[in-house]
Design a protein around this ligand. Structure first.
Ligand code: ADP
Ligand code: ADP
Length: 230
């Protein structure tokens, strides 16, 4: 079942930069698709077209069968989790409060939110009793990024967008988070779009890999297909 589909999508910025040109691909529900390629080749732009941070110049993006242009931007951004390299946690809010942000916006009741926060902290290997009431500045970079992932997953989104989520971490912490995230992937049915410029990270994390090269989608397939037809 297709969750996200790009049909001949082109995005040209107002300064005439062609960020992506006529790209088409489909993402199955519950899978992880990794966008990989050098800096400036259109990976982030492609991601932003899914939750309408930006709109395509031509072509259509479908979300669960509906043209995203017909969907409300605020709803989309609330329904789609988002993780970026610069963690973006709220420093004045505790770890628990950070994770609770979207469930609170959605009006979940307190006990359901509290249970969900603890469940996610366990999942991210941050024992709730120790970490729930800490503040982001008290945590290491790796721990902050775990909280960022927990926050993106908090309201059980169908889709999460991850833009170089581990890019700012040292190599050892990065590998640790990759491995943890692989385990988590098996336990959730979230559809994940993941941007990286690291081909090894792409091959490791992706069910499907989309290889970009200046504005074009040059290859799309499983890691095996990519490795056998480089
Ligand atoms: P990547 O994520 O692969 O690094 P981007 O999608 O960020 O690539 O950028 C693709 C191209 O679009 C680049 O040439 C970049 O400079 C350009 N670009 C990105 N955002 C904007 C913008 N807001 N206005 C104009 N050009 C942009
Ligand atoms: P990592 O190896 O994951 O980058 P660090 O070396 O930064 O972690 O930190 C190691 C441990 O020290 C972590 O368990 C973290 O909880 C704790 N720690 C790091 N910075 C702080 C801080 N400012 N206040 C309290 N504890 C901290």
């Amino acid at each position: 079942e297709t969750m996200i589909e790009f049909d001949d999508v082109t995005k040209i910025y107002s300064d005439q930069t062609v960020a992506v040109e006529e790209i088409s691909f489909a993402v199955e529900r519950g899978t992880t698709t990794v966008f990989v390629g050098p800096s400036g080749c259109g990976k982030t732009t492609t991601m932003t077209l899914v939750n309408r941070m930006q709109d395509p110049t031509e072509g259509t993006v479908y979300y669960d069968g509906t043209d995203v242009q017909e969907l409300d931007k605020v709803d989309l951004r609330r329904d789609i989790g988002y993780v970026i390299q610069e963690i973006g946690l709220f420093d004045h809010m505790s770890v628990g409060e950070n994770i609770a942000t979207v469930p609170e916006l959605k009006g979940w009741d307190r006990s359901r939110i509290d249970d969900r926060v603890d469940e996610l902290l366990e999942l991210m290997d941050l024992p709730p009793a120790q970490y729930r009431d800490q503040y982001p500045t008290e945590l290491s970079g790796g721990q902050q990024q775990r909280v960022g992932v927990a926050r993106a997953l908090a309201a059980d989104p169908d889709v999460i967008l991850m833009d170089e989520p581990f890019g700012a971490l040292d190599p050892i912490t990065r590998e640790e988070l990759q491995n943890e995230f692989l385990e988590i992937q098996d336990r959730i049915d979230t559809t994940i779009l993941f941007v990286t410029h690291d081909i090894n990270e792409a091959l490791k994390m992706g069910d499907k890999i989309a290889i970009f090269d200046v504005g074009e989608l040059v290859q799309y397939g499983t890691p095996q297909e990519i490795l056998h037809d480089p």
